[in-house]
Design a protein around this ligand. Structure first.
Ligand code: DSN
Length: 415
């Protein structure tokens, strides 16, 4: 068979891929956990490495034919250790959820007590939600953000830690707009003799680019996804101290996974190299500047920013002061029609359900990859306001849709 092939024989799927590519490049992608990967990352993801079984680790595989794969995985490991200053790295987790579950398996026993941020206050499903394996197999207690400032309340974290004596404290979030200092978590973990895990899934690119504190010198273990601000392929990664290296590797394979996705591992290696370049630091800082500009533009147009703003790549927007009737669900749907893609999100202590919500979450990693800057953030805020105010008028939505397409054409994700 010809390889690489210009034309896939599966025209039905190819047409849908093209349809999705068009959707991505003609609309504003404001989901905080998404990004546009480089062609080099996609080339590795779509390579012959997908054909190979490689259970085990470099130099210790269960199948033959792994000499090249060993070199690739070793490069990925060395690059990510250097990028974050870690003693040990495991690049095989298929996702952030797999990475987190592997860490729990490596460092906890079923039933052990853990502290994590509540899902409805910005934590992740794998930080102890009762419907997730983390909450089923381990006894999580949740800390919340403060009522007044909507920021992590370290007095509450400490008091819960002293009360419940956790074996592990999990830092890290999935919809929390503020920087998270690692030192206070480390201090509390040390005081109660707990392990400290920091899930930087959302923050990894900011950390790599120097736009957020690096928790690696403080935490026993750090997990992240490679496809968010870090701009790599979909996947997960675990960094740890040398002390936990063996347990972590054993928990990933054979504990949680079988054969690793070496095409994704190769793409991770490519992304790690890209994140080492000086231009990536500029990118990371611009993401934060853009988020601040967009947050400010939304605030002056009548929205309330959870915690009063952002110092990361994302904001959580409370829609109620703008329009008490407007739910996150409706905002997400109508903005999608206008080519503005974001997700509904609960605000702290939201009276509405997670399927409806009073807020939306907005992130700037993708539009920053496109080269947009602060001026475009004000334009995006205007498009959001016009769409939401005119949501019952198809002509208004169509007009914004056309303007969004023109803006994206001026800042093409892929040329
Ligand atoms: N990490 C979630 C998000 O932030 O979109 C999905 O698990």
């Amino acid at each position: 068979m010809p390889f690489p092939s210009e034309v896939t024989p599966d025209t039905q799927v190819e047409a849908l891929i093209e349809k999705e590519r068009t959707r991505q490049v003609t609309g504003l992608q404001l989901i905080a956990s998404e990004n546009f990967t480089s062609p080099a990352v996609m080339r590795a993801t779509g390579s012959v490495l997908t054909n190979k079984y490689s259970e085990g680790y470099p130099g210790k595989r269960y199948y033959g034919g792994n000499s090249v794969v060993d070199e690739i995985e070793a490069i990925a490991i060395e690059r990510v250790k250097k990028l974050f200053g870690a003693e040990h790295a495991n690049v095989q987790p298929h996702s952030g959820a797999s990475a987190n579950m592997a860490v729990y398996q490596a460092m906890l026993k079923p039933g052990d007590v853990v502290l994590g941020l509540s899902l409805d206050h910005g934590g992740h499903l794998t930080h102890g939600s009762p419907v997730n394996a983390s909450g089923i197999f381990y006894k999580f207690h949740s800390y919340k953000v403060g009522v007044a400032d909507e920021r992590i309340d370290f007095d509450e974290v400490r008091s819960l830690a002293l009360e419940h004596r956790p074996r592990m404290i999990v830092a890290g979030t999935t919809s929390y707009p503020r920087r998270i200092e690692p030192e206070p978590f480390k201090k509390i973990a040390d005081e109660v003799g707990a392990y400290m895990m920091f899930d930087i899934a959302h923050l990894a690119g900011l950390v790599a680019g120097g736009a957020h504190p690096n928790p690696v010198p403080f935490a026993d273990v750090v997990t992240f996804t490679t496809h968010k601000t870090l701009r790599g392929p979909r996947g997960g990664c675990i960094l740890s101290t040398a002390q936990h290296a063996q347990a972590i590797d054993k928990a990933v394979f054979p504990g949680q996974q079988g054969g690793p996705l070496e095409h994704a591992v190769a793409a991770k290696a490519v992304a790690f190299l890209e994140a080492m370049q000086p231009s990536f630091a500029d990118y990371a800082h611009q993401i934060v500047k853009n988020a601040a500009a967009l947050a400010e533009a939304l605030a002056v147009r009548g929205f309330r920013l959870v915690s009063g703003g952002t110092d990361t790549h994302m904001m959580v927007v409370d829609l109620r002061p703008f329009d008490a009737e407007l739910t996150g669900k409706e905002a997400q749907a109508v903005l999608d029609l206008a080519g503005i893609t974001l997700n509904k999100n609960t605000v702290p202590n939201d009276p509405r359900s997670p399927f409806v919500t009073s807020g939306v979450r907005i992130g700037t990693p993708s539009v920053t990859t496109q080269g947009m800057k602060e001026a475009e953030m004000a334009t995006i805020a205007d498009y959001i306001v016009t769409t939401l105010k005119g949501r019952s008028d198809p002509a208004v939505i169509a007009d914004v849709r056309a303007k969004v397409a023109a803006l994206c054409a001026a800042f093409p994700a892929y040329r």
